[in-house]
Design a protein around this ligand. Sequence first.
Ligand code: PFF
Length: 544
Amino acid sequence: MSSSKDPCSSAASSRGNWGSKLGFILAAGGSAVGLGNLWKFPYLAYSNGGGAGDQQGAGGFVLIYLLAVLVLGLPIMIAEMMLGKRTQTTPIGAFESVRPHSLWKHVGTLCVITGFLLLSYYSVIAGWTVEYTVKSVTSEFSNYDQAVSEEMVREQLWHDFVYSSEGEAALIIELGQKPESLSKALTDPKLNTLKQVVTDQEWKRLQQNEEGQAKLSELKKTLYPQKLFSEFIAHPWKQVLWAFVFLAMTVGVVIGGVSKGIERWSKILMPALFVLLIVLLGRMLMLDGAGKALSFLFRPSFEMVTASTVLNAMGQAFFSLSLGMGVLITYGSYMKKEDNLVSSSYSVVIMDTLIALIASVIIFSAIFSYNLVMKDGGTGNLFTAMPVIFMKLPGGILLCAAFYILVIFAALTSAISMLEAVVATFVDEFKWSRKKAVYIISAVTFVLGIPAALSYNLMSNVTIMGKTWIDFADFLCSNWFMPIGGLMLSLFVGFVFTKKDQREELPEAHCKWFPFPLFRVLVRYIAPVLVVVVLLGMLFGAIQ
Ligand code: PFF
């Protein structure tokens, strides 16, 4: 790496540094822990586990995810931080300073593009959590009785019937064979007459006596959040407004700089998040469905594993650990020379994985305790399932507010890192002031986020490859840009850095839990080959 900058260069000090190792770990952990852990991991586990109806279990997905984290996530995280720490600069400059005037710097450019795109739609979903905090504080969830239509109740009754053993037997008689899938049976026109008969009967039964009416009111409690959620995402201006509010919070932190903004806020938000999470976990483990949640998540079950499960697990490992987007190059560039890359990466990986698992236990305990079935494959679990549970628990309003505040904190620390990676690049490369960079970049991101905010309403008919803009942007970032960025990073650190360069950053004393030869094999061969296999699988349609 003959032309690299001197790693001891004092240029770094004017860019800012982490005040302490803990500060760095909390900031990098804050970047990793986000909607990916609280929203995406549980819904991927749910859908890859076959959903609650089929009861197959997500153990296979969880195991593959853990493997992906160890074999891909950990070495690429170390490589990414190493590049930043050694060059003390941001994505584009980092590649350029090691290999000047080469095409490598465009990996940095890809990181910046991913940063813009990711933050633009991430702030839309994060904005939902702000709306939901307001909804819980204003007790909006308790108005369920007035608003749920008979039709919604009937749909749910039909659903419960189809998924019951009595229903299954009736479907076999009606169709002359076992239905291919219960979720398809829900909308099968051949079953319309049966549906009418069953729901009429059930509806009448519920009206008959007090017991039935109590059951009906319980049912409405379950349905109301679904109605609220679909009404909310159908509101174009609300989506835009909350994305704006969330971005403004992010700007408020990033404008303060590395140690006075990002580090200081990470030290407040992350411990608060841990406390809230543990309190919620304690409460949810007391519910009846907790045992079922644990076995759904952890019982090794491979019936549901397909090529897509592997892709989903790998894509999620990249997303959840914030890899392949330059965030860790940027955060690594604020590290000090003596900082330990291995122990820092372990801390971030363990924190991130534990929180994804704890969040899933919380969400599945809730879902299974009240027999909720997520008809949207689980994407709505954070917004449609959780309020149901909270409404039913004593002190639920408080717990509900605590829950959504926790999600805001997690999303905020992640958004901060995305904005910082792009801002720092413009500061380093174009010598913009931090203020100018923060305002201009967040304004552009906000505008870019508008089609994402409109994807569930005004633009719901506009699709690319069958996906709405927000889903397409997520697909591009999580399944393509981040894995490609990660692939390039591991090749760069694996082959362009000399063994001596790598050794200097990973001295013997730091490598007790991650032997240096293992790092080299993983970063040079195993991680790149795995990423390439999955990308090719996607390209040729073997993996969807
Ligand atoms: N890791 C974050 C999450 O799990 O929500 C998302 C993320 C943050 C991805 C920063 C990429 C990134 F650079």
